[in-house]
Design a protein around this ligand. Structure first.
Ligand code: NAD
Length: 359
């Protein structure tokens, strides 16, 4: 039976870079004999312009029926004066919450050819390939009670609740163990179990689950040490798993080790492995429509889609290799341009990836 992919290009550079990813999908479909049907919908500002809302019920229903969503980006100055509930970004948030996308996978990959873009020394980061698995729908960002109250003394006090249920920890740990099995076989669970009971429970549960994954080498690290190790010796990590707040901070830190926002894909998965795949960057309105956008983060998001939601590992590997090959050829879009390289447009970069996949 064919797999269904819903494509939501969105706004700004979204449609330009999604078009390049679709060219790539076309080639891998025939090269690997994949049965995939693609449909397209509107989201964000593009949907607001036509339907008056950033995500229609019909598009949401379509998304829920799909095996995976290839998402571009949303937002832009045209819609900045919309009321909060009708901002383009609401379309994205609604998809995440309605589909229960609790697992956020953020790779920090640095192709050796781009090592100069990092703020760390070449030898520390060349070939960096970390996957951070962040719990996305629980923890202190969602815990109740929360708020600001006035004490009897008249002083105000802000408070939040850091809470994780056993089932929430198990489901995110399962995603991380399985991701480690598909990658380098090592998993580091990050917590603050020396201070916070909730993360002591996290550590206990992840440790117990470790015996079901004997092919994965499990270790634990306190979050302060993890932050330090990420900038000291980032290549020691394969997969890292952590809660919502620690993951928010560590994934941005890891992303910046790579120095090139136009290269970073991401995935958000739910319990049945349905996923939404999108570049980490936004809609880049400053360069939209000029053929300057780097399509590689979107193309690498497609590789993640094939790997994690469709289980097409060989096709995903082939796309990642093709991206590395075009970098070897010295082709660069403006955001990653460097001396001695050939600057290319969005579609020329997409065409080069396609050519590598065909050769
Ligand atoms: P941005 O990521 O869109 O752009 C930041 C800078 O990086 C810009 O200079 C841009 O030109 C550059 N850039 C980003 N992607 C690039 C690419 N693929 N190739 C080359 N250069 C690239 O962030 P921003 O400017 O803060 O936000 C712009 C809009 O995007 C806002 O409306 C924001 O709300 C929205 N946004 C959407 C998402 C999403 O859809 N997931 C994420 C972040 C921001």
């Amino acid at each position: 039976m064919s797999k269904q992919i819903l494509c939501l290009p969105g706004d700004g550079i979204g449609p330009e870079i999604v078009a390049e990813a679709l060219k790539v999908l076309d080639v891998v479909k025939s090269r690997f004999g994949l049965a995939i049907e693609i449909s397209e919908g509107l989201v964000g500002g593009a949907s607001l312009d036509v339907h008056g809302v950033p995500l229609t019920d019909e598009t949401l229903a379509e998304a829920k029926k799909s095996d995976a969503i290839l998402f571009g980006s949303v937002g832009g100055p045209k819609w900045d004066d919309q009321p909060m509930m009708n901002r383009p970004e609401r379309g994205l948030l609604k998809l995440r919450s309605e589909m229960g996308l609790f697992a956020n996978l953020r790779p920090a990959m640095l192709f050796p050819q781009l090592a100069e873009a990092s703020s760390l020394k070449h030898e520390r980061v060349a070939g960096l390939d970390i996957l951070i698995v962040r719990e996305l729908t629980g923890g202190i960002y969602f815990g109740e009670p929360r708020g600001v109250r006035t004490l009897e003394s008249g002083e105000r006090e802000g408070y939040n609740t850091y809470v994780y249920r056993e089932s929430e920890i198990k489901r995110i740990a399962k995603v991380a163990f399985e991701a480690a099995q598909k990658r380098g076989g090592r998993l580091t669970s990050v917590d603050k179990s020396n201070v916070l009971e909730v993360t002591a429970l996290w550590r206990e549960i992840v440790s117990d689950m470790g015996s079901d994954y004997s092919d994965v080498e499990l270790s634990h690290m306190y979050v302060d040490n993890a932050a330090m190790q990420l900038v000291r010796e980032p290549k020691q990590f394969d997969v890292m798993v952590t809660g919502n707040m620690f993951g928010d901070i560590l994934s941005d830190c890891a992303a910046m080790l790579t120095g090139s926002i136009g290269m970073l894909p991401s995935a958000s998965l739910n319990e049945v492995n349905q996923g939404m795949y999108e570049p980490v960057h936004g809609s880049a309105p400053d360069i939209a429509g000029q053929g300057k956008a780097n399509p590689l983060a979107q193309i690498l998001s497609l590789a993640m889609l094939l790997r994690y939601s469709l289980g097409e590992i060989a096709a995903a590997d082939a796309i990642e290799k093709a991206v590395s090959d075009v970098l070897d050829q010295g082709l660069r879009t403006g955001d990653i341009a460097s001396e001695g390289c050939t600057q290319v447009s969005t579609s020329e970069m997409g065409d080069a990836v396609v050519a590598c996949l065909k050769s």
